[in-house]
Ligand binder design. Sequence first.
Ligand code: APR
Ligand code: PHB
Length: 388
Amino acid sequence: MRTQVAIIGAGPAGLLLGQLLAKAGIANIIIEQRSRAHVLSRIRAGVLEPGTVALLDEAGVGQRLHREGLPHGGFELCIDGRLQRIDLQALTGKQVMIYGQTELTRDLMDARAEAGLESVYEAQQVEVLDFDGRQPGVRFVQDGRARELRCDFIAGCDGFHGICRASVPPALLTTHEKVYPFGWLGVLADVPPVSPELIYVRHERGFALCSQRSATRSRYYLQCDSQARVEQWSDQAFWDELRRRLPAAEAARLVSGPALEKSIAPLRSFVAEPMRFGRLFLAGDAAHIVPPTGAKGLNLAASDVAYLWQALADFYRGSELGVDHYSQRCLQRIWKAERFSWWMTTLLHRFPNQPAFDARLQEAELSYLIESAHGRGMIAENYVGLPL
Ligand code: APR
Ligand code: PHB
């Protein structure tokens, strides 16, 4: 098999890159280890920056997003029972779009199938090779048959646990990691959202987030112990604890119901540098992870893809500038988003054995920031996403 760009992974990064490259007339094949149904069964986040929405429109997959997505001009910060709205529209002139990552992945998969672009699902024993040469390759097993794909470039969009970053000689790679001493227990339920906009809650019992997917489907998160197991949390226990962390009015208004999905996600910050190794380029979770408090995970994957698409299109037009600056361009934006995500996490969560003095500082920093227009502006500017 031969193509121009072999894309490893059919998550949002790989699928979006495939669409944009195809639009630029660049041949690509996606190699995914799981089935289409499995990829679609993952419940992930759902806040899209305006820059990400524009890229999805550019890729020709924005129709359903604009029809069914929920534009939000702001969100609430709830600090020890007091709500403070961050008016994104007034502070930045921009809105974010609430649209589940699962729906986005489905739109990208449908668009790829409609365009007749090739994807290999359930590819086993995927290996990437010779990316330090001019003719890299991908070996994998499909339906029991060994196959080999040769290409000009490999795009490693295979997530945090993927094969691409793991195939880079350790001496060439530097990683930075921070693991937080708590997790997020998330519940998806077919109940109306408790508020028209998202609420990020700082509470002495721990962080909470009220999010949504539609007018009838809600997504809620609770800070939980990093050792907690989902079986320890009955639906009732979840709703009771959420009510304890919400202001009285919201707690009274909260509609509870059976969990469609309930899971615990660890929180970590992770960056791998650089993001290019010869003819192998990392994008998305394969190169970086952010704690979800800043809603940056999907949006960072999209900005990597925007830079890689442009770089590869430039390469086939004869310029190597884009591929040579890809890693540096991505990392500049990634570290700013890492900072914002770490900062939101540090300010809004309760750290085990946190000295009272530190908790006071947290409170003071938060009240300073949300009481000053400059502070709210800084939060809003980062939340809607820094320019690409
Ligand atoms: N071979 C082929 N495919 C692989 C391999 C492998 N060895 N390892 C992993 N994959 C696939 C996974 O099955 C998954 O479908 O790569 C895909 C990676 O997708 P994601 O993990 O969704 O990563 P990415 O596309 O970068 O999306 C980042 O996902 O986790 C969220 O918050 C994150 O929103 C961000 C987004
Ligand atoms: C979500 O809707 O799942 C969500 C929203 C905002 C976040 C994280 C997750 O910061």
